[in-house]
Design a protein around this ligand. Structure first.
Ligand code: NAD
Length: 380
């Protein structure tokens, strides 16, 4: 069974779906892997390393995809790319199903079976396939380095002959996977870190990393999957009041607050930015979903009253080596979950398969009620 890895085509995407180490693992499992020439180049993985791991190097995307039963991607396919996926093949990647209705219809028409990495359920059994977490870890780390680079201050406290330098103050909004990694990274650099969230579970996690929890802990804010729910306008107002003082006191604010399937909560108003010291920096990791700061512009850096607001998008692509390594392990784990005796086998009674399959056998499954058991038609 042939597994194809085309080069990513989205501008700025430096990651690759499989790294040589994982190719070796799939080849050992009896799969044939075809990698488009140069697919790993931007992440530092040369064609020769893939060849050594047992992959075939294809001259271009068409050659890599020819005869492929499985196509592995990071980003959802762009227009022309989608039609190049062989009919009846299986595609796995970050497919953004909520924003890809047309694409899913095209998959169904061409009987492509599609799995969205962002829908892997957050259950213990699926942890090794959890690409949202692995990529959020990278993003949280990178956001702190971006912030540290943009302020004109040290992060650590320094006691020197030239006097004592106080440590930088970092505020992290949203203490999920990215936020916790941001806290750990800022602490390692020596900053004083405060963190804010609304899920009660976040408090202990924040404190275990040596930061101070300054959030709200609302029992009703957490859903059964461990994610935050959208809060009422009243709660958002209460949060803003609490945050006004905390934001004004921070040198760097890293914002990561998200609610799955909803626009990012608006936590920092323009007035709050105006209360910050000139030279301070906000790094907004929620920029892709509208931003946690009113002034954020996705993919841009704006300055307001001397404060820099960075709308960081696709932050994981800024650290492509480890981001690709981690993603590659995640996607290979999901693929091997779907393979029995060297062939694909879809068991829709299995929670992982059922939750992340968005198109199968000519049908779009995303958005359909997901029955706990039964035929593909019952999945969703
Ligand atoms: P996410 O990216 O959806 O959200 C980031 C953070 O924003 C969350 O901590 C959320 O509580 C917070 N947030 C949302 N609205 C907010 C608001 N109005 N004010 C302040 N903060 C707000 O979440 P995530 O990082 O992908 O995951 C969240 C949690 O899910 C994790 O911390 C963990 O507990 C759980 N999780 C479980 C598993 C597993 O069991 N396998 C894997 C990954 C994550």
């Amino acid at each position: 069974m042939r597994v194809a890895v085309p080069k990513e085509t989205l501008p700025g995407e430096t990651r690759v779906a499989l790294v040589p180490e994982t190719v070796g693992q799939l080849v050992k499992a009896g799969l044939e892997v075809a990698v488009e020439a140069g697919a790993g180049e931007a992440a530092g993985f040369a064609d020769a390393a893939y060849r050594e791991a047992g992959a075939v190097i294809a001259a271009n995307a068409a050659e890599a995809l020819a005869g492929a039963a499985v196509v592995l991607k990071v980003q959802r396919p762009q227009d022309a790319e989608a039609d190049r996926i062989p009919e009846g093949a299986t595609l796995i990647g970050f497919l953004q199903p909520a924003a890809s209705a047309d694409l899913l219809r095209r998959f169904a028409e061409r009987r492509v079976t599609a799995f969205a990495m962002e829908l892997v359920p957050r259950i213990t059994r699926a942890q090794k396939m959890d690409a949202l977490s692995s990529q959020a870890t990278v993003a949280g780390y990178k956001a702190v380095l971006v912030g540290a680079n943009r302020i004109g201050k040290f992060f650590p406290m320094l006691m020197t002959a030239a006097g004592t330098v106080p440590p930088a103050r970092v505020l992290v909004l949203g203490a999920g996977v990215a936020g916790l990694q941001a806290i750990a990274t800022a602490r390692r650099l020596g900053a004083i870190v405060q963190a804010f969230d609304i899920r009660p579970a976040a408090k202990e996690q924040v404190e275990s990393l040596g930061a101070t929890f300054v959030g709200l802990t609302l029992e009703e804010a957490e859903d059964t999957g461990g994610y935050a729910k959208q809060v009422s306008e009243d709660v958002e107002k209460k949060e803003q009041e609490l945050l006004t003082r905390l934001v004004a006191d921070a040198d760097v604010v890293i914002t990561t607050a998200q609610v799955p399937g909803k626009p990012a909560p608006r936590l920092i108003s323009a007035a709050m930015v105006e209360g910050m010291r000139p030279g301070s920096v906000i790094v907004d990791l929620a920029a892709d979903t509208g931003g946690n700061c009113e002034l954020t512009q996705a993919g841009k850096e704006v300055t307001h009253g001397g404060v820099t607001i960075i709308g960081l998008t696709n932050a994981a692509a800024a650290l492509p080596v480890n981001a690709s390594q981690m993603y590659s392990r995640n996607i290979a784990a999901l693929l091997l979950h779907l393979v029995k005796d060297g062939a694909l086998h879809f068991d829709f009674d299995d929670e992982i398969t059922r939750q992340c399959c968005v198109a199968h056998a000519g049908e779009v499954l995303y958005g359909k009620p997901r029955a706990p058991a039964g035929a593909p038609g019952a999945a969703g």
